[in-house]
Design a protein. Structure first.
Length: 209
């Protein structure tokens, strides 16, 4: 029992101190930062509650993502930085409209900024982007009830990225509703209502078949 207590105490010391020690040399950290700056970062983002974003995406059938993409690209365009001084091509409207392609780059910029600021990033951009597209395909192709699960994944990925970006502020971003949310929410809800009607119709059809 004494051995167990001593071992447990040593492990507790390791867990709360040494395990979190940064063994990376200053030269390695500088090289990593230079690499991140070369690929591109941003010092400006659109901040919104991650939980609120997930809810808006869900109730609009995912259509709200185009507004979110537009707001993020609009902010990033003002704060985008890289060591080669190469500007972003295309405006926020075009990038939001081509969101199925630009999502990978958006996730990459967000993750690199988090790493540069020594904050935990989201999953790798290639993984987040691919899973996001696969979930979109699931919304279209899967049977009725499975569409809801695919939609939940489709909504969760942008919300996860938003939560990582919010951490850059060093404080919690509230999920409270704002009057500025009304117009984009109504517009995207009007477009997304057709998806919900299709899902409800299929579920009802299967249930009463």
């Amino acid at each position: 029992m004494d051995f167990v207590l001593v071992f447990g105490g040593l492990y507790a010391i390791y867990f709360f101190t040494l395990r979190r020690w940064d063994y990376t040399s200053e030269a390695k950290r500088k090289a990593d930062k230079d690499s991140l700056k070369k690929k591109g970062l941003s010092n400006a983002y659109y901040f919104s509650g991650a939980g609120k974003l997930f809810a808006y995406l869900l109730i609009t059938g995912g259509v709200y993502v185009f507004y979110w993409l537009y707001k993020q690209w609009k902010a990033i365009a003002k704060g985008y930085l890289n060591s080669t001084q190469t500007p972003l091509k295309g405006g926020p409207v075009l990038r939001a409209a081509c969101g199925l392609v630009t999502f990978y780059q958006l996730a990459g910029i967000m993750n690199r900024t988090c790493k540069y600021m020594r904050k935990p990033p989201a999953a790798a951009a290639w993984f987040s982007g691919t899973l996001w597209l696969v979930s979109l395909a699931g919304i279209i192709a899967l049977p009725s009830w499975y569409k809801l699960a695919a939609l939940a994944v489709f909504c969760a990925i942008p919300a996860r990225l938003q939560s990582r970006v919010n951490a850059l502020t060093g404080k919690e971003v509230p999920n409270q509703f704002k009057t500025s949310d009304i117009l984009p929410l109504v517009i995207t809800l009007s477009a997304g209502i057709w998806l919900w009607l299709a899902v409800v119709w299929k579920i009802a059809f299967i249930s009463f078949k």
